[in-house]
Write a protein that binds this ligand. Structure first.
Ligand code: FRU
Length: 500
């Protein structure tokens, strides 16, 4: 039975969506149907389509009582909206249906697991949240909340664990047919930990183990975990709040963390060997992964940063977009990301400039646009005399641009969107230490209407930023202090099926 709250949300989104023109949205990135979007939820492949749910407040372009928005896709680039899947309409989720995940049950139904939030008044007059894990079962469009909800609550927490910060379950099915999930939590030390739960059937859950403890090393509370095996390693993705920068890692306040190591499935013991940021730009958070039918592990994150959300205004009917889907792999002990290969089907109008030697400022014939896939290979013109700085500017006109610059001297790459048209004192820059031998560098820059994603050295690092520059600013230019030699291959990208 659909509740009144969900019916209203569905009615509202259906009529309000019509007021948003296609050109006012990203072309091949999923954006909120209307109103506010944050984390990806329930990212899954079900009945022949990818399903993406998301944290959703349809009524305003700011965070509010969380619903689950819903969209489906065959290639993860063209999305079709479905009616909102969940609304905060039960006593245990009255104040929000927070993040969670989805899997297919053996009987063909889809199981959603999400965090129910109930805000309670405390004796001292303040409020505090109770977060529990809840289930809903459905057919890919309509979902029924489970009558035994919540299935995990404070009784299922280890000693000292907070019931206020207990959220974002990510489930998977093991080879033996049983189920596991990881949940973010805050232990007594005030930092974060990831809890592991198991279930024989997806409905009866019990606490197994603290899978990973932060011990106040990297940020505080750890949100939105995901855990999987990839290329012989085990990967724990999570999004820590309140991080302190360490060298060139973890600059984002609330940002992303990849822990890599071994997992003993007999004893459920995860041994961490390596940690790194997932994205080195400004806007990336709370990623989730899915396995494609042909076996690729693909990740999508919320392409935004909690500290820069104030840029949403009442005039903008939508706020929040998802990142490009990224194929993951492990190479040289690091997490690599590449734009999903389906993106290549959106390419047209190839422009190629090989062996361009330049210093100062140049533009190149045919190299411009706001929906672009551009590969750059950069090297010093003279190996003995390495250039001092290389920069590429995009979304550029007389007034605006966003710049990506690189100094071989310290191997630091910077993205700077100060002149992208932002009228707010938000974070506009981020620096990353990248690998470059003697000024050699490979970049792949993907622009959609409101974002730039930069894949450095074949996906060794990714730098992501949103930008809301006027679409008329479609220039691209290159700058060298010293002498650079460069190859450029550039395509237009379009999600519009009718383009050919
Ligand atoms: C992360 C997060 C999650 C929570 C959701 C609420 O961005 O804080 O931990 O479930 O957003 O919208």
């Amino acid at each position: 039975m659909t509740s009144q709250t969900l019916r209203e949300a569905r009615k509202y989104e259906e009529s309000s969506e019509k007021m948003i023109k296609k050109e006012e949205r990203p072309d091949f990135h999923l954006s909120s149907r209307v109103g506010w979007m944050n984390d990806p939820n329930g990212f899954s492949y079900y009945k022949g389509k990818y399903h993406m749910f998301y944290q959703y407040h349809p009524y305003e372009s700011v965070w509010g009582p969380m619903h689950w928005g819903h969209a489906v896709s065959e290639d993860l680039l063209h999305w079709e909206y479905l009616p909102a899947a969940l609304a905060p309409d039960e006593i245990y989720d009255r104040d929000g249906c927070f993040s969670g995940s989805a899997i297919e049950l053996p009987d063909g139904r889809q199981l959603l697991m999400y965090t129910g939030v109930l805000r309670q008044r405390e004796a001292n007059g303040g409020f505090s949240d109770i977060q529990t894990q809840c289930l809903a079962v459905g057919d890919g469009v309509d979902y029924e909340k489970y009558e035994m909800n919540p299935v995990l609550d404070e009784k299922d927490l280890p000693k000292g664990a907070s019931r206020k910060d207990f959220r974002d379950p990510k489930m998977w099915r093991k080879k033996d047919g049983s189920y596991c999930c990881v949940v973010g939590n805050r232990p007594a030390d005030g930092s974060g930990q990831i809890l592991l739960y198991t279930s024989p059937d997806g409905f009866k859950w019990s606490f197994k183990k603290v899978l990973a403890a932060n011990c106040n090393r990297i940020g505080k509370m750890w949100e939105c975990p995901d855990f999987f095996e990839l290329d012989g390693q085990w990967i724990l993705l999570t999004s820590p709040q309140d991080m302190l920068p360490a060298g060139f890692e973890y600059h984002n306040g609330n940002g992303t963390l990849c822990l890599m190591g071994e997992f003993d499935e007999e004893t459920d013991t995860f041994t961490e060997r390596h940690n790194q940021s997932i994205d080195y730009g400004i806007d990336f958070y709370a990623p989730q992964t899915v396995v494609t039918p042909d076996g690729r592990r693909v990740m999508i994150g919320w392409m935004q940063n909690w500290d820069t959300c104030n840029s949403s205004t009442a005039e903008r009917p939508w706020f929040g977009q998802m990142s490009l889907p990224r194929e993951l792999s492990v190479k040289n002990g690091r997490l690599y990301q590449k734009p999903i290969r389906e993106l290549e089907a959106l390419r047209s109008s190839k422009v190629e400039h090989q062996d361009v030697t330049f210093s100062g400022n140049i533009t190149l014939d045919g190299v411009k646009g706001r929906r672009v896939d551009m590969e750059l290979e950069i090297r010093p013109d003279d190996e003995e005399n390495v250039y001092r700085k290389f920069a590429v500017r995009f979304a550029q006109n007389d007034q605006f641009y966003t710049a990506l610059s690189f100094h071989p001297g310290d191997s630091v790459m910077k993205i700077d969107r100060k002149f992208s048209g932002s009228r707010r004192a938000l974070i506009h820059q981020r620096r990353a230490l990248v690998n470059s031998e003697n000024g050699k560098l490979k970049l792949r820059i993907i622009l959609d209407r409101f974002s730039a994603e930069v894949f450095v050295n074949d996906g060794e690092q990714v730098i992501t930023a949103t930008l809301y520059t006027d679409q008329a600013a479609d220039g691209i230019s290159f700058l060298a202090d010293g002498c650079v030699n460069m190859n450029v291959v550039k395509y237009d990208l379009s999600g519009d099926e009718s383009r050919q």
